[in-house]
Design a protein around this ligand. Structure first.
Ligand SMILES: Cc1cc2nc3c(=O)[nH]c(=O)nc-3n(C[C@H](O)[C@H](O)[C@H](O)COP(=O)(O)OP(=O)(O)OC[C@H]3O[C@@H](n4cnc5c(N)ncnc54)[C@H](O)[C@@H]3O)c2cc1C
Length: 296
């Protein structure tokens, strides 16, 4: 008997591309295989494989050891792989939406998204619906008892954040929530779910450094007040890896989810954990990308 793998390799083609704002496009991918895709949370991450520098479309063979084979292949000629978020999955219709930040032609993913036309093909690795166990690949796991939520993101984490707001809005009693979103320009603000206890602050970056607005948000971020000093945070080499610290639960109803450019995430990490002494078990801190680096 064959057992479904936790993650599948999905062949898809671009069905539609819609500009959501000057720097964000929604790409809808379609294919019969998408009926077998699954998403478990608003920040479900997936890997997308793009055409290589020669323009050859990705053709990774779907077999159990495909990733081991991929890693042995020449970086210059294998299809580049980048991490994205499932924004919406309409499995029955065989469609999945991914919201791409259009940051220019410097990376294969943004370049492809800028130029892609309906019919263009990529491959996606994502959770398999036929696999019933826990597959991971997401960090938004708030506890049932939730009184206060803090969300800080830049535009790369806006797709996940928008889904998180939808998730919270659907709760019987949505918690008091502050959402701070750094965006390139004021026109990049998007419609999001709302409720009376939600404060959303769109923070246009203008010509300032990536992450500057995320850091400034700390001044206005309301967090529990603790009597004791926090523990020292360790070092992470953000030029080599994306910082990634997962919450394991909530603490007194407080829960935080922070994602964006790595250097900004590191400053926020020091402030929340070391300066404010918040319980690390309630805080997700995730570098989604590092300025000037290609990390994945
Ligand atoms: C869990 C997770 C989920 C993510 N979800 C999304 C998502 O849904 N949508 C989305 O758009 N991104 C998302 N990202 C971020 C995305 O993976 C990176 O931005 C990625 O580097 C883009 O690849 P690229 O080929 O365009 O650029 P790369 O080849 O990786 O990088 C080329 C250059 O561009 C720079 N760069 C990369 N991203 C940006 C940016 N946004 N703005 C300015 N410069 C940049 C790099 O620092 C580098 O100098 C996610 C990342 C993670 C870890």
């Amino acid at each position: 008997m064959s057992v479904a793998r936790a993650y599948g390799l999905f062949e898809v083609e671009l069905a539609r591309k819609v500009l959501l704002s000057p720097h964000m496009a929604r790409l809808t991918f379609a294919g019969p295989a998408v009926r077998g895709m699954r998403t478990l949370a608003a920040d479900q991450r997936i890997k997308v494989f793009f055409p290589n520098a020669a323009g050859e479309r990705p053709a990774i063979e779907d077999r159990a050891d495909w990733y081991a084979i991929y890693k042995t292949q020449d970086v210059a000629t294998r299809p580049p792989m980048r991490t994205y978020t499932i924004r919406h999955l309409r499995a029955e219709a065989g469609e999945v939406d991914i919201d791409f930040v259009l940051h220019g032609e410097t990376g294969p993913a943004s370049r492809w998204a800028l130029n892609a036309e309906p019919g263009d093909r990529v491959q996606i690795t994502a959770p398999n619906a036929a696999f019933e166990g826990e597959v991971g690949g997401y960090e938004w796991k708030p506890p049932a008892e939730l009184s206060r939520v803090l969300l800080i993101a830049d535009e790369t984490a806006l797709p996940a954040l928008a889904g998180i707001l939808e998730d919270l809005a659907a709760r019987e009693a949505p918690p008091a929530t502050q959402a701070f979103v750094e965006i390139p320009h004021a026109d990049d603000a998007l419609p999001v779910a709302t409720w009376p206890g939600l404060e959303v602050e769109w923070m246009p970056r203008g010509r300032d450094a990536h992450g500057a607005r995320m850091i400034e948000a700390l001044v206005r971020a309301r967090t529990p007040v603790l009597a004791t000093a926090g523990e020292a945070v360790g070092e992470i080499d953000i030029e080599a890896v994306l910082p990634w610290e997962r919450a394991t639960g909530g603490a007194d109803g407080f829960y935080a989810w922070v994602a964006g450019e790595s250097a900004a995430v590191m400053v926020i990490r020091r402030e929340l954990v070391q300066q404010r002494g918040l319980d690390r078990r309630a805080i997700n801190l995730m570098g989604y990308w590092r300025e000037g680096r290609v990390l994945d």
